[in-house]
Ligand binder design. Structure first.
Ligand code: ATP
Length: 359
């Protein structure tokens, strides 16, 4: 594996008696698109502020390659941050905005202009936007100008603090793809924070899930989605059905009384612990409605109580006799035919199950 571009060791941040970040260790690879997700208050902004030097850490160290940077002031770090609010200068032209970081570094006017035109092209904005005022640009164009400005002095790493959160859905979707594409074209390291999981999943090479100042899991989007390390991560990564239980005397005892198992899960090749608590996880797309005679490794009987259209898919809510609800998702062509209130049997197989160990 190549040496990391950014390395954090035991990074801790306290505000008075409150500890916002609790001994974070992390390595980010050169050229990676690395995203930090977490619920509100988990410490995302605090972490990114430490990384760019807008906040001092309480304990620990941060290295950029082999240089320790946690004592280096923000304006002397070879990194750059794109804020949610963009912080463009509204009275200046697009060109003046992009050239600003170069101007304060004393780059000559001709070279600045050349670089700004190069960046307009990189961001797929017309050259004549150089003379356009920021107020005359759309929301999406402003985002591109902010990105061009961030890239102007060729930073080692770009940090993003929820840059798309204020935009409408369609524009956000377009810009997600553009950012991913820009990342590929520039080969730069991108460190991105968001509370939108969807955004994280579309763009990132790896995702870190932050919870109350600690990383709960760091892995690719696919890995986190299919094999979350905890119930928290499983629930944070979208809709999921979880069945808690305990292993005793080699057999799995589910808490859900209606969960029938064709065979004991141990015989189904699941990665169960020897003893103690475990949770069986299955995503809604792997549940299926069983028609007379059909069977599955795990079966539940219930009543279909609600149905929602999610564009290309349909989501169903099934109520079990225990009162608990299951979520089932189907493509439109596999839609459930019966009316709301129908008695249904729902099943899933062991090869779609992931086991989470512990409570
Ligand atoms: P959000 O998604 O809502 O922006 P976040 O994950 O970015 O949340 P942070 O802003 O990093 O969370 O805050 C983490 C915790 O640290 C919160 O409980 C917050 O109240 C606390 N905190 C942040 N800044 C300060 C500060 N200057 N003084 C005291 N507490 C702070």
């Amino acid at each position: 594996m190549p040496a990391p571009i950014l390395r954090l060791q035991g990074v801790t941040k306290r505000f008075g008696s409150f500890t916002a970040l609790k001994g974070i260790d992390l390595e980010i690879e050169e050229g990676e698109f690395f995203t930090i997700v977490g619920p509100s208050g988990s410490g995302k902004s605090t972490l990114i502020r430490l990384l760019v030097g807008m906040e001092d850490l309480t304990e620990g160290a941060i290295w950029l390659r082999d240089r320790r940077i946690d004592q280096v002031p923000a304006n002397r770090r070879p990194t750059c941050m794109v804020f949610q609010s963009l912080a463009l200068f509204p009275h200046m032209t697009v060109g003046q905005n992009i050239e600003f970081p170069l101007k304060i570094r004393g780059v000559a006017a001709e070279r600045r202009r050349e670089r700004a035109l190069e960046l307009l092209e990189l961001l797929r904005l017309p050259r004549n936007y150089h003379a356009r005022r920021i107020q005359q640009c759309s929301g999406g164009e402003r985002q591109r100008v902010a990105l061009a400005r961030a890239l102007a002095f060729d930073p080692e790493i770009l940090f993003f603090d929820e840059p798309l959160s204020a935009l409408d859905y369609r524009l956000r979707k377009t810009l997600e793809k553009e950012l991913k594409d820009l990342h590929a074209r520039t080969g730069k390291t991108f460190v991105y924070i968001t509370h939108s999981l969807e955004e994280a999943m579309v763009m990132s090479d790896r995702i870190a899930i932050l919870r109350a100042g600690r990383f709960e899991q760091i892995a690719t989007a696919d890995e986190i989605y299919a094999r979350p390390s905890s119930r928290f991560v499983a629930e944070f990564m979208g809709e999921v059905n979880l069945f808690g239980g305990r292993l005793s005397e080699g057999a799995f005892q589910p808490e859900e009384p209606g969960l029938r198992m064709a065979r004991d899960p141990a015989a189904l090749g699941l990665d169960l612990p020897e003893a103690g608590a475990a949770t069986i996880m299955v995503r809604p797309e792997f549940l299926r409605f069983l028609n007379g005679g059909e069977t599955a490794d795990f079966v539940l009987a219930g009543r279909m109580i609600e149905q929602y259209a999610l564009g290309s898919r349909l989501q169903y809510e099934v109520e079990l006799p225990s009162g608990r609800h299951l979520t089932v998702e189907k493509l439109r062509e596999d839609a459930f035919a019966g009316p709301r209130g129908s008695e249904v049997e729902v099943g899933f197989d062991a090869d779609h199950v992931h086991v989470i160990r512990g409570d």
